[in-house]
Design a protein around this ligand. Structure first.
Ligand code: NAD
Ligand code: DAU
Length: 333
């Protein structure tokens, strides 16, 4: 039976990719609840079928609105968040509001209506690993977040766990690694460097550029979330990752070469305070228990398509570029 999914934060990067994925691959309908902050972009939802898609502009901390929309949905997929570490260092306040109070507000609505709830979270709740650590993050790794962003995401995960245990909310949680793909805000690492190069600016690596992130294509994140929504066990956490570890330096070199520039044509800039060194996900539980596997195996190919997307969609990112770079200029990044 086709469902109605309430997708919070569906005008953002990963949420909008999920909405496209659901509408293309299932018969479900989607209602997006999004505040349209600086990170929400209505153009990311252009061209979706009007009979299966609605955009509701609003705040997840608005209890009355959350109650109505959650009550009308068969399931909630909760992406809405303040998502950028650098922003959380300059002003943590919206992170506490949206990530903690917003998640609490949605959980209360899900509790009242008995609505299935899937909470989208991040591998950053586990803190970081040393470069030579043989272990990767698993569902049993202790929480140890480093930044205002990741600590509020960790708090939101704990709220979900408590609402499952204390109130029987029908929830699952997933913690995913770094996503790449189309429609990502130009404040984030990969789109920032691609759009800098389009503008003739040299890419900027924080510190020595040795930090490692575990990259996954946004469509693989979407297929994993749908799998968990359909087959995940209530109360369980699933880690999502595609074995995509790369240092920031390697990623910048790859982007430079793909865009026809010398691989060393970049600058080192001020490091991020508290900068996590390495994230790495062991997604065995998701693969073995629910039979999920990623489709995007070739990172170079994925980066090449992402570069093509930013070249072809300048009207999408151009309005955000100048303001984003002005913010970075203040911190020497
Ligand atoms: P994003 O910043 O691109 O999008 C966030 C969206 O949430 C925006 O559309 C914004 O308008 C909306 N929003 C913010 N505050 C809101 C509020 N109070 N009410 C309603 N809507 C609000 O973020 P993203 O990178 O797409 O991340 C989405 C989710 O995935 C987040 O929960 C994030 O923690 C998680 N996540 C992200 C990554 C990644 O690599 N980007 C990896 C793992 C998990
Ligand atoms: O791991 C999942 C997380 O990935 C998500 O929870 C976050 O929402 C998402 O923003 C992302 O967090 P990161 O902090 O890892 O992503 P970001 O794109 O900001 O940076 C990636 C790496 O690149 C990080 O080590 C910092 C570095 N960096 C970033 C920028 C913007 C640079 O070296 N230069 C830059 O210009």
């Amino acid at each position: 039976m086709p469902r109605t999914l309430l997708v919070t934060g569906g005008a953002g990067f990963i949420g909008s990719n999920f909405v496209h994925y659901v509408l293309e691959n299932t018969d479900d309908s989607v209602v997006v609840l999004d505040k349209m902050t600086y990170a929400g972009n209505a153009a990311s939802l252009d061209g979706l079928p009007a009979d299966r898609f609605t955009l509701a502009e609003g705040d997840i901390t608005d209890a009355e609105l959350a109650d109505r929309l959650v009550g009308e949905a068969d399931a909630v997929v909760h992406y809405a968040a303040e998502s950028h570490n650098d922003n959380s260092l300059s002003d943590p306040s919206p992170f506490l509001q949206t990530n903690l109070i917003g998640t609490y507000t949605l959980l209360e609505a899900a509790r009242k209506h008995g609505t299935r709830f899937h909470h989208i979270s991040t591998d950053e709740v586990y803190g970081d690993l040393e470069l030579d650590d043989p272990e990767r993050f698993t569902e049993h790794t202790p929480y140890n977040p480093s930044s205002p962003y990741s600590s509020t995401k960790a708090g939101s995960d704990l709220l979900v766990r408590a609402w499952v245990r204390s109130f029987g909310v029908q929830a699952t949680i997933s913690n995913c690694s770094n996503n790449y793909g189309p429609r990502q805000h130009v404040e984030k690492f990969i789109p920032r460097q691609i759009t800098n190069l389009i503008d003739g600016i040299r890419p900027r690596l924080y510190g020595a550029g040795e930090n490692v992130r575990d990259w996954i294509h946004a469509d693989d994140h979407s297929s994993a979330v749908l799998t968990i929504l359909d087959k995940g066990r209530i109360g369980e956490t699933y880690l999502i990752g595609a074995d995509g570890e790369k240092s920031n330096k390697e990623v910048v070199e790859l982007i430079l070469e793909a865009m026809g520039r010398d691989a060393d044509d970049y600058d080192h800039v001020n490091d991020r305070p508290g900068h996590d060194m390495r994230y790495a996900i062991d997604s065995s539980k998701l693969r073995e228990e629910l039979g999920w596997a990623p489709s995007f195996q070739d990172f170079e190919q994925g980066i090449a398509s992402t570069i093509d997307w930013y070249r072809a969609n300048e009207a999408w990112w151009r309005p955000q570029k100048e303001q984003t770079e002005a913010k970075y200029a203040k911190t020497g990044q």
